[in-house]
Every structure is written in structure tokens, then in C-alpha cells.
Write a protein of this length. Structure first.
Length: 82
């Protein structure tokens, strides 16, 4: 199941072997318009400063996790339905 922390950080298990997928949507003030070329660089500080502390607080067993891979992506968003 997907777990969403009140901070907006989310995580779920992925396959076998204790792997997890996690992330967070940017706060509105940090959600700037992006170009596809911006996806070449993952914001590693976002994990270190926002995601990891929330995961460690929410599930202490995740305090010792380490990043095996990362990616950046965009999601379409319909502002009409807000």
C-alpha cells in the first residue's frame, strides 16, 4: 500500500528485497515551470533535506535506507479541476 505522510512525503514497497519508491510533490511556492531538459538532473538535496527525515520519523526502520537509484519526472496537472 501507498503511505502518505502529512508532510506530503509518500512511499510504498517495490517488488521484493526491501526496496521502496518514495517522493514528494513540491510545495506551490517551489513548483516552478520546468522544461524537459530540467529532468536531466535529480534534486538529491530534496531527498536528504525533506524526504529522508520524514521517512525516518514516520518509520524508524527506514532511517538506515540508502538511495540505489533516482529519477525526475513530470505529471500532467489539470488546473480546471482545482
Amino acid at each position: 500500500p501507498l503511505t502518505v505522510d502529512p508532510s506530503g512525503v509518500y512511499f510504498r514497497s517495490e517488488g521484493v528485497g526491501g526496496r521502496f519508491v518514495c517522493g514528494v510533490s513540491p510545495r506551490p511556492e517551489n513548483d516552478l515551470d520546468s522544461e524537459l531538459s530540467d529532468l536531466r538532473n535529480v534534486d538529491d538535496e530534496l531527498f536528504e533535506e525533506t524526504i529522508w527525515p520524514a521517512l525516518a520519523s514516520r518509520a524508524p526502520a527506514l532511517e538506515s535506507l540508502r538511495v540505489e537509484s533516482s529519477w525526475a519526472g513530470m505529471y500532467e496537472f489539470n488546473t480546471v479541476d482545482q
